[in-house]
Design a protein around this ligand. Structure first.
Ligand code: ATP
Ligand code: MN
Length: 465
């Protein structure tokens, strides 16, 4: 792509002929040199690699060169030549050099390499300019693109489900309220409760925790749909795997039974990881070198191996017989902790695991009930280093069973009238799952903390940028 003759460094490294004239624009990562010659390593965000601009100091003047410091933004035109310097094949011999914006040496925080990820989180407005976050955010884009590609190729329709919702039907987590009421002067009903009838929507509303319930409505009409949007959970979970605002991909498929659902989840994840290996190798190599030497091997391993499938009950038996000391003790009925999930995946099977048929009491009301009266057709996909990456199920399509479950759990049937109508009018077996986008990114980038795979993380007590 050219813009007034400019080539992005990614393209330039691929197609520009040595000896030709090029125009480069970008941010100076480092400046080296002496009185006579300066070497500017310029990065324009298109690729992990910098391009070296060689500047004859006498030609442009020491004053200009003094102003061009780490963090400055420059444009340079000149001849592309073979480089004798280490780590690069070509460089540009500057014939014109323009400074767009300087960066005060005393104030610019990214003077040196080697800042901690914790420190970089405090400068989320500048961290995209580091090699690490450039690589991560390019990969984030690649994965988002691949997700749409996969579903489009497989005949799924992208359904936009609402972000503001009146239903807390999923019970997936604590919700953020959305209100236009004056919090300092709340209208009250006669019995003293907040009178949401006077609120913007005439009822209490929240930020969605999942697009699934609305997704099911789409699947019951379009057959195959997926959502891909932000979801919100007001839980105080300060872990490296939880965000308060995260993105979720939720396909929902009419006529899919749980086995079909598992097949789709496995094929989908493998496609995405293969896509990363095929399209993001430069960034992967960088991240592997910096943070996680086994990253690329692990990605290949997941692509090449069939996921293990077993029931929750079998999983519990393995955990009980493991002789392992877990922080949270194991018995049938517990909600698995990430230490348990990771034991199964990393130590026992050494492969991704799909665990099915969980106790109904630890899963959502809408999951299809098994004949044993105790378990539901849930399926969680468990990954090395991550634990749960996907949660899904076959859905209960029997209206009576669903209503009974709603009653047992004391959920509001009144609020869910529209969801229940899908079971009254042309009900059908169907299934779906939710993939946490940032959990996927943790896996493909090898980063250790979920705050480092989203540009502006929202976590408890943190929403500055
Ligand atoms: P967990 O037990 O790990 O907290 P969950 O069972 O509450 O997750 P689901 O409601 O099943 O999560 O959500 C589907 C998927 O969304 C999960 O498999 C996970 O990949 C992702 N996910 C859930 N909660 C979060 C969160 N707070 N931050 C980032 N991703 C999340
Ligand atoms: Mn889950």
């Amino acid at each position: 792509m050219k813009e007034c003759g400019r080539l992005r460094i990614k393209d330039l490294l691929k197609i520009a002929p040595v000896g030709g004239d090029v125009l480069v624009k970008g941010w100076v990562r480092t400046k080296r040199g002496n009185k006579n010659v300066a070497f500017l390593a310029v990065n324009d965000g298109s690729v992990i690699h910098n391009l070296q601009i060689v500047v004859d100091v006498a030609r442009f003047g020491e004053d200009l060169l003094k102003q061009i410091t780490t963090g400055s933004c420059v444009a340079a035109r000149g001849k592309l030549v073979e480089s004798s310097g280490a780590g690069q094949s070509v460089e540009v011999q500057a014939e014109t050099l323009e400074l767009y914006g300087g960066a005060d040496v005393a104030a610019y925080p990214l003077q040196k390499k080697g800042h901690t990820l914790e420190f970089l989180r405090e400068i989320a407005h500048l961290r995209p300019r580091t090699n690490t976050f450039g690589a991560v955010f390019r990969m984030r884009h690649a994965m988002a693109f691949a997700i749409h590609q996969y579903f489009n190729d497989h005949g799924f329709y992208y359904l936009h489900t609402p972000i503001i919702t009146a239903s807390d039907a999923e019970g997936a987590g604590a919700m953020f309220h959305v209100t236009a009421l004056d919090l300092n002067d709340l209208p009250r009903t006669p019995d003293g409760a907040v009178d949401y009838a006077q609120d913007f929507f005439g009822r209490a509303t929240n930020l969605t925790v999942s697009g699934q319930l609305e997704g099911e409505l789409g699947a019951m009409a379009l057959g195959l749909i997926y959502t891909f949007g932000p979801t919100f959970r007001a839980e105080n979970s300060n872990t490296p795997r939880h965000l308060s605002e995260f993105w979720m991909i939720e396909p929902e498929m009419a006529f899919y039974e749980i086995e079909d659902n598992m097949d789709l989840a496995e094929d989908f994840l493998k496609y995405l990881i293969r896509y990363a290996l095929e399209h993001s190798m430069d960034d992967l190599k960088f991240l592997a070198g910096m943070y996680d030497g086994e990253l690329i091997e692990r990605l290949r391993f997941v692509v090449d191996n069939k996921f293990v499938r077993l029931t929750y009950t079998e999983g519990i038996r393995i955990l009980e017989q493991s002789g392992e000391k877990f922080e949270y003790p194991v018995s049938w009925g517990i909600d698995l902790q990430s230490e348990h999930e990771r034991y199964l995946v990393e130590k026992y099977f050494k492969k991704p695991v799909i665990l099915t048929d969980y106790p109904k009491d630890i899963k959502a009301f809408y999951m299809k009930q098994n004949d044993d009266g105790k378990t539901v057709r849930a399926m969680d996909v468990l990954f090395p280093k991550i634990g749960e990456i996907i949660g899904g199920s076959q859905r209960e399509e029997d209206c009576e069973k669903l209503q009974k479950r709603i009653e047992e759990l004391e959920l509001s049937e009144k609020d869910m009238w529209w969801y229940l109508e899908t079971r009254k009018f042309g009900s059908a077996p169907h299934s779906g799952f939710g993939l946490g986008f940032e959990r996927l990114l943790l896996f493909v980038t090898g980063m250790g903390n979920i705050r480092d795979v989203i540009p502006f993380p929202r976590t408890p007590k943190n929403a500055e940028f």
